[in-house]
Design a protein around this ligand. Structure first.
Ligand code: ZN
Length: 174
């Protein structure tokens, strides 16, 4: 397994729309494993392929608690097919926007169709942190970031801060 470098705000790749995966083969499974390793190393609870620079519709999530065993989930071509009117708010962060957190309100329950690591069609009804995490990561596949859900003023401040940081690093990728 290989750790992948993370794309950071304001890297334009984060705004790209990812393409569906046509066949779940060994390459796709290898990418899923690399993404999981990269996510655990960060550490984070969710990662979309686009965050490691690969515009394909896949994400990995592990919302298990610290004291619980790891529960890695792989979602290929995930699609929200239903969401609740009930909403819930979570303090969100993102591996592509390190050390920045803001409260985002989203539907509390979502139903998601997806293919698993073996290419099998599945459906999950998610609530709580998993529902938020799925929506955050599926947003990534459409070039949407969680800061798009906060006030324009706050969003501009974050983008400015990370643009400055990127300049001081001498590039937009590390
Ligand atoms: Zn994110």
């Amino acid at each position: 397994m290989t750790l992948k470098p993370l794309a950071l705000l304001p890297d334009p790749i984060l705004r790209a729309k990812s393409d569906p995966i046509e066949r779940v083969d060994e390459d796709v499974r290898k990418l899923a494993d690399d993404m999981l390793e990269t996510m655990y190393d960060a550490p984070g609870i969710g990662l979309a392929a686009i965050q490691v620079g690969i515009p394909r519709r896949m994400l990995v999530i592990d919302c298990s608690k610290e004291e619980e065993e790891d529960a890695p989930l792989v979602f290929i071509n995930p699609q929200i097919v239903a969401s609740s009117d009930d909403r819930s708010a979570y303090e969100e962060g993102c591996l592509s926007i390190p050390d920045y957190y803001a409260e985002v309100e989203r539907p509390a329950y979502v139903t998601v169709d997806y293919l698993d690591r073996e290419g099998k069609q599945r459906q999950i009804e998610a609530e709580g942190l998993l529902a938020t995490c799925l929506q955050h990561e599926i947003d990534h596949l459409n070039g949407v970031l969680f800061i798009d859900h906060i006030s324009r003023l706050k969003q501009n401040m974050v983008i400015k801060k990370f643009t400055k940081l990127a300049k001081s690093r001498g590039g937009t990728r590390i």
